[in-house]
Design a protein around this ligand. Structure first.
Ligand code: AHM
Ligand code: MG
Length: 335
């Protein structure tokens, strides 16, 4: 029987790959793993507790916040604040970033951005949701408190990123820029165990994932591309939880699209803690991620924390093809 490799073991082992690593990033990834286990426990027992439903609040970007979102947000903040490895966080659920005081005068080098529970419209109906995170090295002086510039970095500056999918089983997938690995939570021992090594996205796949209900609200080039996917008899899959939809595509190949609509002229999804971390993962697995205006997601300038972006992400062959459609049918001058 193969020996089980736990997430903690794997992370510590990988630390050796970074010659000047001080263990802080290792510690941070472990903290996120712990928070994920706590969130997983609550997501799993949500039906048993009165934790479901809307908390009658709106988040910083105007969406309704549900109780589990708040719980997940709190747990991630708690775990990261008390570890001393992180000097601040920015979350979908908080309007501004949160700066942490240095613990024991330890100057921490990293900030963490996250969407604590993505796809929250799925919570009430027991469909998979996820946590998305990204880690940046701070730009500000490590002796002081962190500042906005630490968070307003392009995706190309990500040191690590990942997601947790609370599905039929719970999976944590992350990358530190040297490939992508996945860990499945074994509830019997309470550990994430290495289950998918060096994940590679197929060059093409049989799935396209888009909210086709907005078809008439998309620009003409996007409608043409979607028609083309349908002509090819590709299968449409759309859960409404980006983590789940992108996860399927990462493993089976395909393309996920969230273009601009009349309601969301700049796209709906958030660049900092949704598009960038997932684009980092998909690129690390050999895929591509661009905006529907054809800019590489990871190179988009970050202007404010809750900035939105359009996105086309997935198998490289399919993203390239979508790009060709946009170049052919739109009036946008490609960058
Ligand atoms: P959330 O962070 O408020 O849950 O919203 C993000 C989610 C994504 O997971 C998903 O892809 C998208 O919103 C679905 O939006 P729509 O219902 O407009 O298709
Ligand atoms: Mg979200």
């Amino acid at each position: 029987m193969n020996r089980i490799i736990t997430l903690d073991e794997f992370i510590i082992h990988r630390q050796k790959d970074f010659p000047f690593a001080s263990g802080e990033l290792t510690g941070l990834l472990r903290d996120i793993g712990v928070a994920a286990k706590i969130v997983n426990r609550e997501v799993n027992k949500a039906g048993l507790l009165n934790i479901l439903g809307i908390a009658h609040q709106e988040n910083a970007t105007g969406d309704q916040v549900q109780k589990l979102d708040l719980f997940a947000n709190e747990k991630l903040i708690d775990c990261l604040k008390n570890s001393g490895e992180c000097c601040g966080v920015a979350s979908e659920e908080n309007e501004d970033f949160i700066a942490f005081p240095n613990l024991d005068n330890k100057a921490s080098k990293y900030v963490v951005v996250f969407d604590p529970l993505d796809g929250s419209s799925n919570i009430d109906v027991n469909v998979s949701v996820g946590t998305i995170f990204g880690i940046y090295r701070r730009k500000s002086d490590p002796e002081g408190i962190c500042s906005r510039e630490d968070f307003l970095q392009k995706g190309t500056e990500l040191v690590a990123a990942g997601y947790v999918l609370y599905g039929t089983s719970t999976l944590l997938v992350y990358s530190t820029g040297r490939g992508v690995n996945g860990f499945t939570l074994d509830p019997s021992i309470g550990e994430f165990c290495l289950s998918h090594t060096d994940i590679r996205i197929p060059d093409r796949g049989n799935y396209y994932s888009v909210n086709q209900g907005y078809y008439l609200k998309f620009d003409v080039e996007m409608r043409r591309y979607i028609d083309y996917c349908s002509d090819l008899n590709l299968m449409l899959r759309y859960i409404g939880s980006m983590v789940s939809d992108v996860h399927r595509i990462l493993f089976q190949g395909g393309i996920f699209l969230y273009p601009n609509t009349r309601k969301y002229p700049l796209g709906k999804l958030r660049l900092l803690y949704e598009c960038n971390p997932l684009s980092f993962i998909v690129e690390q697995a050999g895929g591509k991620a661009i905006t529907c205006q054809l800019e590489r997601i990871l190179e988009v300038d970050m202007v404010h924390l809750h900035q939105r972006a359009t996105i086309a992400i997935g198998s490289p062959g399919m993203v390239d093809e979508m790009k060709e459609f946009v170049e052919r049918y739109s009036t946008i001058v490609p960058s």
